[in-house]
Design a binder for this molecule. Structure first.
Ligand SMILES: [Zn+2]
Length: 74
């Protein structure tokens, strides 16, 4: 009976460790993903201001002095 208790305790310890490590890894991944996505979103938001070239109708960054596609000077 003691052997059963030892094995059972070992299994429970394994399961608890498994979930603790899994939760820690998942939290780390989620945090890194959220930070990455937030950073990417903020970068995209910063890059989003765009205008459409009146000559070739292609979108381009707002701060381009002239169209990179048709060299139309704005
Ligand atoms: Zn253009």
């Amino acid at each position: 009976m003691e052997v059963f208790i030892i094995i059972f305790g070992a299994i429970i310890t394994y399961v608890i460790l498994y979930f603790v490590i899994k939760a820690a890894v998942r939290n780390g991944i989620i945090e890194s993903r959220q930070q990455g996505s937030v950073g990417e979103n903020s970068i995209n938001d910063n890059q989003l201001p765009q205008k459409t070239c009146p000559q070739c109708n292609k979108s381009q960054d707002f701060d381009y002095p002239k169209c990179p596609y048709c060299n139309h000077v704005h």
